[in-house]
Design a protein around this ligand. Structure first.
Ligand SMILES: *Cc1c(COP(=O)(O)O)cnc(C)c1O
Length: 368
């Protein structure tokens, strides 16, 4: 019997599927902590994970991850989803009825960078400008007490707060927001995509942060380095509804324990590495401030994000990003006059030095 030939027969076999960073050119990629690759241990966990059909009768590895994240957050249940964006949308779909309003800080990722999820939920998002990513408490309380306006069903916080430069919300602030919201009958959701960075920076457990929220979204593929995935955690009754809505959004996957296995390994081993990311961001900021003219504004990071603000005239952020490519440094334009630099587990001391050197070089060329 002859073997039928397939178009796939010529595909090269790779004995070792694990990429070897040492064989790659030395790029310093500061665009985001989402560029992190899985660890070798994650690949090993993926190879041996117990799998099932998560859309039929469940996947055992997904169940373990959901339980582990729920325990970490001090919540009853967890739900594995493809992205933190979907986790945030599920928090809205399950806690804000159509026609109600959702309050967020004006720079919130949910408001600015998630494709307009409010439209799918049939609610309106109201942004309140705050300092350092914090909601303005008096304005929040006033809005919640306006009986004639559409009901506010949900108040969202973000910790760490991306557009506030990775700012960490203080626990007493989160507690105040929760008290004000609950007193007015509104639920509280935390976009905790980088909640583990906040926990490390504050030196507290994730549950100490998540106690001030009804539901919380944790992203596994930022600094935690899993290839994909996020978990929504919260009360069992809300999570039953979230599971139903996940089906509607097409987020129910099958043998997805193969990815959840990497997520499980991530939550056990990667939080311990985040302090190093924060130290690298601090060092990057310090190096840039020492090396560059003061016409460039360099933020002092509290976690893993540094912003560099360009002077109002001269080449824009895209021109800087382009110029840095010839030094093998990748950065992210964040609006026309701001550049975003994010540290993560592939950014070591040598990478920071290369970035500081490259940015200094480009500054001498592009600044007047
Ligand atoms: C990245 C990010 C998200 C969305 O995460 P995805 O998993 O990429 O959808 C949500 N909130 C914040 C603050 C983020 O930084």
């Amino acid at each position: 019997m002859s073997t039928p030939s397939t178009p796939f027969a010529a595909a090269p076999s790779r004995a070792n599927p694990i990429p070897d960073p040492a064989s790659e050119p030395r790029w310093v990629d500061l665009r985001s902590d989402t560029v992190t690759l899985p660890t070798v241990a994650m690949y090993q966990c993926m190879l041996t994970a117990a799998l099932g059909d998560d859309g039929l009768d469940g996947d055992p590895t997904v169940r373990r991850l959901e339980q582990a994240v729920a325990a970490l957050m001090g919540k009853e249940c967890g739900l594995y989803v493809p992205t933190a964006t979907m986790a945030n949308l599920l928090a809205v779909l399950t806690q804000a009825d159509r026609g109600t309003r959702v309050l967020l800080e004006a720079g919130a990722h949910m408001l600015l960078s998630e494709g307009g999820g409010a439209q799918l939920a049939g609610v309106s998002y109201v942004g309140l400008a705050g300092a350092g990513g914090r909601l303005p408490l008096e304005a929040l309380a006033a809005l919640l007490q306006d009986a004639d306006a559409p009901r506010i069903a949900l108040v969202c916080q973000e910790n760490t707060h991306l557009n506030a430069g990775g700012a960490v919300l203080p626990l007493d602030h989160m507690q105040a927001v929760r008290q004000i919201a609950h007193a007015a009958g509104a639920r509280v959701h935390l976009d905790g995509a980088r909640l583990m960075n906040a926990a490390v920076a504050l030196g507290v457990s994730p549950a100490a942060i998540a106690q001030h929220t009804d539901t919380v979204a944790l992203c596994l593929s930022k600094g935690l380095s899993a290839p994909a995935g996020a978990v929504l955690a919260g009360p069992a009754s809300t999570l039953v509804e979230a599971r139903r809505h996940r089906k509607m959004l097409g987020g129910t996957q099958r043998q997805i324990g193969v990815l959840a296995a990497a997520g499980l390994e991530a939550i056990h081993t990667q939080p311990a590495t985040l302090a190093q990311d924060h130290a690298m961001a601090a060092w990057l900021s310090q190096g840039l401030r020492a090396d560059l003219p003061t016409t460039l504004g360099i933020t002092l990071p509290s976690t893993n994000i540094v912003f560099m603000d360009l002077p109002p005239t001269g080449p824009d952020s895209a021109a800087w990003a382009q110029a840095l490519l010839s030094h093998a440094v990748r950065v992210r334009p964040w609006g026309p006059r701001r550049i975003r630099l994010v540290t993560h587990r592939h950014i070591d001391a040598q990478a920071v030095e290369q970035a500081v050197h490259a940015i200094g070089h480009v500054a001498r060329r592009l600044l007047p």
